[in-house]
Design a protein around this ligand. Structure first.
Ligand code: ZN
Length: 408
């Protein structure tokens, strides 16, 4: 085109988009690692939504997973035919969400009871990743309503298991051979507040659990035991300090420019206040600049644990949960990067920035197989936080970018 009649059409769909997003928030899709039953119910709802839009073809690719009641982790691909069928534009969003976390922190509304307040839709999963999911679906709907055929095939992909390694999600789809090096891939699962940031590279990720084993005893007689809670905290703090001091390099290409090392989750220990815990479990999430070697960092972590065990008498064990080495960046001159840059300039009138963020999205798996992929969306970065929300203006304006991309 560039035919801009598509924009008023998207504006007209605002109420429907908002309602659909709220409907999806009501269906939690939590992975089994976090005690959830997976994505099946949400996938079924989504299929009804997609059928109503009228895609040319909708295909399910289920991955088997014994840990969920349905035994399957669903993945959906919805195709909309284009003027040419040789090239595909993929928009990939994930159905699964992280658990709400501490209930009392959800002060605006309960996590699965969506609420609109001051132009924001509150609820777990609203921004991560349903805002982009709805934006991509309604971009296609707007094109359909106007009888416009996209330039190339639009394939919307809705995946499972993004929050826990993507084995049953995008990795499963990649194994089916769906993607080609010349495909255009957008993963709208990260970005910044005005939508100027295009992510083409990422940090490496290291997730591990620290298990500290002491000796349980009565709290009134600590000398008879070994307080794993205290020792676990001491080790975690020592580790935190060591990692930040030793691996402190900055790379301004990234946001934030430094590596991050964060103690996050803590497992429940004893049931009573008057028991000294014999075991303590704490988790770390580390996002590391690609210039650092993960193996040597892991070696440092292990060495500190051994040293600590020898000095304190408690056993400190490091259990690796995820180690992903940052793949080669997407070429800054790749077709999808320049298309998106152009779309952002035209539709928003702003200058796009190309760079790296924390990573850990589906895009990494494409970069690993040498398929260029960009991460882009307009978000307040509310993902995984209490009172997560999606701005309705972002929902509408990102749909406009997707629709524009479809026609260029
Ligand atoms: Zn996400």
């Amino acid at each position: 085109m560039q035919d801009q009649s598509i924009f008023p059409e998207i504006e007209k769909l605002k109420t429907e988009m908002t309602q659909t997003l709220m409907d999806l928030i009501r269906i939690p899709a939590i992975g089994p690692e976090n005690g959830g039953e997976g994505e099946l119910k949400k996938a079924e709802k989504l299929t009804r939504i997609l059928n109503a839009v009228g895609f040319d073809k909708i295909v399910r690719y289920d991955a088997e997973d014994e840990r969920v009641p349905s035994k399957k982790r669903p993945n959906i691909v919805a195709y909309c035919n284009g003027q040419s069928d040789t090239e595909k534009l993929w928009i990939i969003t994930h159905m699964d969400i992280v658990p709400p976390g501490e209930d009392s922190l959800w002060t605006v509304t309960a996590p699965f009871e969506p609420k609109i307040s001051e132009g924001k839709i509150y609820g777990r999963g609203s921004e991560d990743n349903m805002q982009s999911m709805i934006a991509s679906i309604f971009a296609v709907k707007a094109l359909r309503n106007l009888g416009m055929k996209p330039k190339r095939i639009i394939a919307l992909c809705f995946v499972a298991d993004e929050e826990h390694g993507s084995t049953y999600g995008i990795q499963h789809l990649i194994k089916q051979g769906l993607f080609k090096a010349e495909d255009l891939i957008v993963v709208p699962d990260g970005g910044n507040e005005n939508g100027s940031f295009i992510e083409i590279t990422e940090k490496s990720a290291l997730w591990f659990r620290i298990r500290t084993i002491g000796k349980q005893t009565h709290a009134s007689r600590p000398s008879g035991g070994l307080n794993a809670n205290r020792l676990g905290m001491e080790y975690a703090l020592a580790l935190d300090k060591m990692l930040h001091e030793k691996y402190s390099a900055k790379d301004e290409y990234f946001d934030p420019p430094e590596s991050t090392f964060e103690p996050t989750k803590k497992d429940k220990n004893v049931d009573a206040v008057n028991i000294i815990p014999g075991e303590d479990i704490v988790y770390f999430d580390c996002r590391i600049l690609p210039s650092y070697d993960l193996e040597s960092i892991l070696k440092d972590i292990e060495e500190l644990a051994e040293d600590f065990s020898t000095r304190k008498g408690a056993m400190v064990k490091i259990e690796l949960l995820q180690k992903s080495v940052a793949p080669k960046p997407t070429d800054a001159n790749a077709k999808i990067v320049s298309m998106l840059q152009q779309a952002i300039k035209k539709v928003r009138g702003i200058e796009p920035i190309v760079g790296g963020i924390g990573g850990g999205t589906c895009a990494a798996f494409f970069r690993k197989i040498g398929v260029p992929a960009v991460v882009w969306s307009t978000v307040d970065e509310m993902a995984h936080q209490p009172n997560e929300y999606a701005k309705i203006t972002n929902l509408i304006n990102d749909a406009k970018i997707f629709a524009y991309l479809a026609t260029m």
